[in-house]
Design a protein around this ligand. Structure first.
Ligand SMILES: *Cc1c(COP(=O)(O)O)cnc(C)c1O
Length: 360
């Protein structure tokens, strides 16, 4: 068996140690005589897994006691609707920062349920940097402010959070959660689809401050009612138990690595190496302003786009997979989440240098 270097944006690589542990305990998890995927979600064996998973996450992110942790279905996309249904119940208005593809999706969905004010728009600058502090045009009556701290497709991150004037900041953290420490108190609600930096697809992590769980609009599907889910321990119906279990193994692995400060340092080194390789050449290019560059998703373009197909093909032959950019913007992209070791990034940089020598 060989494991390739998988640069997919999601579902993405998981730590090999976690894969090996899953394989080892698959038929008999924690002495239960069952796999986690065969356990009743209401039984003691799975309840123990669910509780340990939440406890480890709380440890890693230092989640304060007045925040609830939910493990929901429907991915981050379900939250695009869940948010306005639960949070836009004051003025019925919400501020959204448009910083790339995913915030665009969040805005389009929110518009079906509330009035959206686009309080900052990175599109006129080609999503090459986030707004500066004075550029936001907030609606002071909006019920919440939504940002996408890391835009997975455009490779754009917020070096600083916008000032919300006390209104809850809501963040789609799908592609950067657990990549570095964050202060949960800066947010009213954080959500993240699991398949980038947490575990298998099928799960969406939500961390929400208690006082925001006031109940959803009356016509909200009960599965999308955050207060009802919190009261039911995220088990209004059968949750994605296997994904939940694997997320727990990833959290344990992160703690064994030394926690999020250690991961952040590793991630800075990995991303630094890759951006350096891009900036040192005229053959590759990344359009994002230096301070806004994502540490997780590194899009890059070839001076000669005709060579992209060849790049992807030869990279795949060298065991470097899924380097195609998202169909929305094209080009190439390397996603280098927690599970991608430095060795994988070095292999990519070596390949890029070699490819440039041959075709540059
Ligand atoms: C991948 C991604 C999504 C979509 O996630 P799903 O779980 O497929 O719904 C949303 N937002 C961001 C920032 C993402 O990276």
């Amino acid at each position: 068996m060989t494991r390739a270097w998988n640069f997919s944006a999601g579902p993405a690589m998981l730590p090999t140690a976690v894969m090996e542990r899953i394989a080892e305990e698959l038929p008999d998890t924690n002495g239960s005589g069952m796999s986690a995927m065969e356990m009743s979600h209401r039984g003691t064996a799975f309840q123990a897994i669910a509780q340990a998973t939440e406890a480890d996450l709380r440890d890693l992110l230092d989640v304060p006691d007045d925040y609830r942790v939910l493990f929901l279905q429907g991915g981050a996309t379900a939250l695009f609707a869940t948010l306005p249904l639960n949070l836009a119940n004051g003025s019925g208005r919400a501020d959204y920062i448009h910083s790339g593809h995913w915030s665009g999706k969040a805005i389009a969905e929110a518009r079906r349920y509330c009035r959206v004010n686009v309080a900052g728009d990175c599109e006129p600058r080609g999503f090459s940097r986030v707004p500066e502090a004075g550029e936001y045009r907030m609606d002071p009556a909006a019920d919440y402010v939504h940002i996408t701290p890391n835009e997975t497709i455009h490779g754009l991150r917020f070096p600083e959070l916008p000032e919300t004037g006390g209104r809850p900041l809501v963040a789609d953290y799908s592609s950067a959660i657990l990549s570095e420490p964050l202060d949960v108190r800066d947010y009213g609600l954080i959500y993240a689809g699991a398949q980038k930096n947490i575990g298998p697809a099928g799960l969406c992590l939500v961390i929400v401050r208690d006082d925001l769980l006031t109940g959803a609009r009356e016509d909200t599907p009960s599965l999308m009612d955050l207060r009802a889910q919190a009261q039911a321990g995220s088990m209004l119906n059968t949750p994605p138990t296997f994904a939940w279990y694997v997320a727990g193994l990833v959290f344990q692995w992160l703690k064994e690595q030394g926690g999020l400060a250690v991961m952040a340092e590793r991630n800075r080194v990995k991303a630094g190496l890759l951006y350096q390789a891009i900036d040192d050449s005229d053959f590759y290019r990344n359009p994002v302003a230096a301070e806004c560059r994502s540490l997780m998703n590194v899009p890059f373009f070839l001076a000669d786009p005709q060579l992209e197909g060849r790049f992807k093909q030869e990279a795949a032959e060298a065991g470097l997979l899924n380097l195609g950019g998202h169909r929305a913007i094209g080009g190439l992209r390397a996603s280098i989440y927690n599970a991608m070791p430095l060795e994988g990034v070095k292999a990519l940089v070596g390949f890029m240098n070699d490819f440039e020598r041959r075709y540059g």
